[in-house]
Design a protein around this ligand. Structure first.
Ligand SMILES: [Zn+2]
Length: 173
């Protein structure tokens, strides 16, 4: 990167930060010749190979559009969708490949979508994984239920507290 002022080829990085969405790095540089400062923005390209073989740039908008359909009538906001698309982009970029299959984007959507809304997740998974029968839904729902026991452990401490309060009250009377 040449200095935009004097065209010197050498510069020193003063500060570098990742953009909020993780898709770019901004670097503040100082020219080693004229000492003027400038900013460079580095983005890494990420392309998606569709099933048809067509290659197109990764797009959060497309992720949102695909997920939005599954979220119709569900309590999912545009902010939720934007955050999900960001998580998906971070996941697929973290793999480090410059080119990924559309399938991998779908896989990266499943996790955060399940946390967002289980019904939307089932709808999306049914299309994405090409569910062909009720059994496919049953399997997916069983898997969802199996991973649910997240709730009781977090509720348990509250139960313990109320139990100890109840136990201490009779003693004070
Ligand atoms: Zn310069």
């Amino acid at each position: 990167m040449h200095c935009p002022f004097c065209r010197n080829a050498d510069s020193r990085v003063i500060d570098s930060r990742t953009a909020d969405d993780g898709s770019a790095i901004r670097r503040r540089r100082e020219c080693t010749a004229c000492h003027r400062r400038f900013t460079t923005i580095e983005t890494s390209s990420l392309s998606v190979v569709k099933r048809s073989g067509v290659v197109e740039p990764f797009s959060r908008e497309k992720v949102v559009a695909g997920v939005r359909k599954a979220c119709q009538g569900r309590p999912v906001s545009d902010d939720d969708l934007a955050l999900l698309a960001q998580q998906v982009e971070e996941t697929v970029r973290a793999a480090g490949a410059a080119q990924i299959n559309a399938h991998e984007v779908g896989l990266a959507i499943l996790g955060p979508l399940r946390e967002l809304d289980e019904v939307a997740y089932l709808r999306f998974a049914s299309v994405y994984s090409a569910f062909t029968s009720l059994e496919d839904f049953e399997t997916a729902i069983t898997a969802l239920r199996a991973e649910r026991p997240l709730d009781p452990p977090s509720a348990a401490p509250a139960d313990d507290d109320s139990a100890s309060v109840e136990a201490s009250e009779p003693a004070s009377h």
